[in-house]
Write a protein that binds this ligand. Sequence first.
Ligand SMILES: NC(=O)c1ccc[n+]([C@@H]2O[C@H](COP(=O)([O-])OP(=O)(O)OC[C@H]3O[C@@H](n4cnc5c(N)ncnc54)[C@H](OP(=O)(O)O)[C@@H]3O)[C@@H](O)[C@H]2O)c1
Length: 264
Amino acid sequence: MTNRLQGRRVLITGASAGIGRACARTFAASGADLLLSARRFGRLEALRRSLEAEFQVHVAIERLDVRDRAGVETYVSRLAVENRLPDIVVNNAGLSRDLLPFHEGKVEGWEEMIDTNVKGLLYMSRAILPHMVSRDSGHLIHIGSTAGETVYPGGNVYNASKFAVRALNEGMNLDLAGTRIRVSSVDPGLVESEFSEVRFRGDRERAEAVYRGYTPLSPDDVAEVVRYVANAPEHVNLHRVILYPTDQRNPYVLHRTGPPVDPE
Ligand SMILES: NC(=O)c1ccc[n+]([C@@H]2O[C@H](COP(=O)([O-])OP(=O)(O)OC[C@H]3O[C@@H](n4cnc5c(N)ncnc54)[C@H](OP(=O)(O)O)[C@@H]3O)[C@@H](O)[C@H]2O)c1
């Protein structure tokens, strides 16, 4: 397949782990230069060193919490002044907290999810898009979720945050009609990453049980799809790609083998 990513500049939020880190590696392997951000700077430093050594691309890193609106705006303004604006933005930073019935939900966890998954994505998109519009070029790729397609018990506010991403993906596409800017969403089912450990607040045993007895998606599987979406010719806009592990057909139909696992 033609590689259209060589020499492109790709900004990825939440690049210190999981899908974001896998996207960084996949884009670097395609010859793209990277603007990587997350809160855990030490991890970004290690990633930068390894990607630059392995792929001879340029990797810039930034300690950035996407919930910090002023921080996001300052970062993007600096990129503009330094003529380092990205061609492609992967809005990946996100998390889930808890799996509780709504009436027992922890409000502080809800705020984290909405502030990160929705408002963080809004801040970054709002800061970047005017530059893309004035150049009439660019591509935003949101990492949504099948949680934005089908609600599951205890998912309530996480589901709502990903339904919001889906609505925003559609809304941004409508508002950008007539431009050459593309907006896409890549929406995975179960992916084995640090996601469940974060959801269950460090309870590793419970997190590992989520991925037991079947083959989940890997962060690399998702990154391959993100690369495919980004690499499509400019006249092709993949609005929304849903990917599940073969063992999972929807949030309720998961084919597990081996000893029974406690239902989540
Ligand atoms: N795993 C799944 O099953 C799954 C399925 C569908 C969709 N997703 C979505 O995929 C995305 C990535 O999740 P993952 O599975 O790769 O989880 P992960 O392994 O826990 O990685 C999450 C990343 O997001 C970053 N992040 C979290 N809060 C942030 C903040 N406030 N500011 C900046 N960065 C932040 C983390 O970096 P720092 O902690 O260093 O900031 C980390 O790099 C999320 O949007 C998630 O909702 C995951």
